[in-house]
Design a protein around this ligand. Structure first.
Ligand code: G6P
Length: 469
């Protein structure tokens, strides 16, 4: 018999990863969400419902590092249909402005419905009477409605970590009504940007005809009445203090110096992304390659370190992307390298946070050139890590972070000429100018850390509970 919790988080992945080591079967995953929700989880005696990251892992709820975890099993077929298929080959490309073509398969949708129901049932089973459930992200858009039907006593929040597209794009989705209805099961529906919340409200008006006013949506109830769902922007952030602490650690500073030394006396440009077509890695490489070919940059003076962490490797679009990126890196290096001087150091790995902070400290400029990105936390991590006040941030206008980080060097990554200029500026602008920008960026990032983000959301959620009571 498991004890029901007053506060339950539901996300596709648990905050731990299953290992192959029997002695230590679970490892804490480094995600920011865990850090953000940790204090709330502990004070509210919370539980976390999610998938353990491997097929057919049917294990009972367990405690890990003081967190109560409830694993939801997924079969090999479901990983293919619900996770790789509907979540990452239908919703992901559609919601990122169809940068890649979404695929619509009825069997994928059926599996998405089935798996969402399993998550809703697990949440229902583990939440105490009158409790609060916070559902996360696009893999679980149907959970709020399913959960409300199972447990009308609960207060339900949903946070959408990725963009919500304009209606003209959203309308492609064959199941557009069901998804909106699924989300509207929540009392508060949070988005990264004001524009995302607006797109959602517009889709609700156009598809369902409900009244929406300043983010308050009138949702008809079964008894012929109405309830209010709030759709609002809550831009997510990172645990700023933990990045600052790491950046001050002598061993990490020494590691940053070692990285710089190993790359020679050169300016370091840095890209850090999941290997995903939304990140604009190809555009970045193209601009950089042209600067080298034009002779405006030289491998004697500059190097691009591109960390591309492996992601969703069984989805065809991701396989193709990897081939393209690696071909491009090979070409640029082949054309531009000289003995002992490489143009691009390409690293297809994930690294621990300590190593990332050392890299952030070592880099003269961080290049974030996403074509569309819900927030882009790498941009915030870079700024938070620059406790020395150094470094420069090139930031795509198409990230959620661009709404807040207005002092970055802004780029439209589709404009290769503009992107080339921005890259040059990031290493050539007068130090005075770069310092001023970094100071403003740091102020901004420190103002809104992830604890503030969760507080804002949860405050609105408990207000919704009071109003609904
Ligand atoms: C994005 C999504 C997350 C997801 C992460 C990693 O940040 O918003 O929900 O967990 O990518 O992707 P993965 O498919 O490995 O969970």
């Amino acid at each position: 018999m498991t004890v029901a919790a007053d506060f339950v988080v539901v996300s596709n992945r648990l905050p731990v990863d299953r290992t192959d080591d029997d002695a230590e079967p679970w490892r804490r995953s480094p995600g920011g969400l865990v850090t953000a929700l940790d204090p709330v989880m502990r004070s509210a005696d919370g539980a976390w419902v999610g998938w353990g990251g491997k097929a057919d892992l049917d294990v009972p709820p367990f405690e890990f590092d003081g967190l109560r975890l409830v694993p939801v099993p997924l079969s090999t077929d479901e990983i293919q249909l619900y996770y790789e298929g509907f979540s990452n080959d239908t919703i992901w490309p559609l919601y990122h402005d169809v940068i890649a073509a979404p695929t619509y398969h009825r069997a994928w949708w059926d599996s998405y419905v089935k798996v969402n129901r399993r998550f809703a049932e697990a949440a229902s089973e583990h939440t105490a009477e009158g409790g609060t459930v916070w559902v996360h992200d696009y893999q679980l858009q149907l959970v709020p409605k399913m959960l409300r039907e199972l447990r009308p006593d609960l207060t339900i929040g949903y946070f959408h970590h990725i963009p919500f597209p304009a209606y003209g794009i959203y309308a492609q989705l064959p199941w557009r009504r069901q998804v909106l209805e699924g989300l509207l099961g929540a009392d508060v529906i949070g988005f990264q940007r004001v524009a995302d919340a607006g797109n959602f409200a517009r889709a609700v008006r156009r598809q369902l005809g409900f009244d929406t006013k300043a983010g308050a949506i009138a949702v008809p109830t079964e008894d012929g009445g109405r309830r209010t769902a709030i759709a609002r922007a809550y831009p997510i952030s990172i645990d700023v203090a933990s990045y600052e602490d790491l950046a001050r650690r002598p061993d990490i500073r020494a590691r940053a110096a070692e990285i710089r030394e190993s790359l020679g006396d050169r300016k370091i440009l840095l890209g850090v992304d999941r290997l995903d077509y939304t990140k604009g890695i190809r555009h970045r490489l193209k601009a950089y390659g042209e600067l080298l070919a034009d002779g405006r940059l030289s491998v004697h003076d500059v190097i691009l370190v591109q960390v591309a962490s492996p992601s969703r490797e069984r989805v065809e679009t991701y396989k193709q992307l990897r081939d393209e990126i690696e071909l491009t890196v090979g070409r640029i290096n082949g054309d531009a390298d000289e003995l002992g001087y490489s143009a691009i150091q390409y690293l297809h790995h994930s690294y621990p946070r300590e190593e990332m902070v050392a890299l952030y400290l070592a880099a003269d400029a961080m290049l974030v050139t996403a074509l569309r990105d819900g927030m882009n936390l790498v941009a915030k991590e870079y700024v938070a890590s620059r406790v020395d006040g150094g470094g420069a941030l090139v930031l795509s206008e198409f990230t959620g972070a661009a709404d807040e980080l207005t002092h970055a060097i802004k780029v439209n990554p589709h404009d290769i000429v503009g992107l080339k200029e921005a890259i040059l500026q990031s290493i050539e602008l007068p130090a005075r100018d770069l310092d001023r920008r970094m100071r403003a960026l740091r102020r901004r990032v420190r103002e809104n850390d992830v604890a503030k983000w969760s507080q804002r959301f949860l405050t609105d959620l408990s207000a919704a509970r009071r109003d609904g009571a």
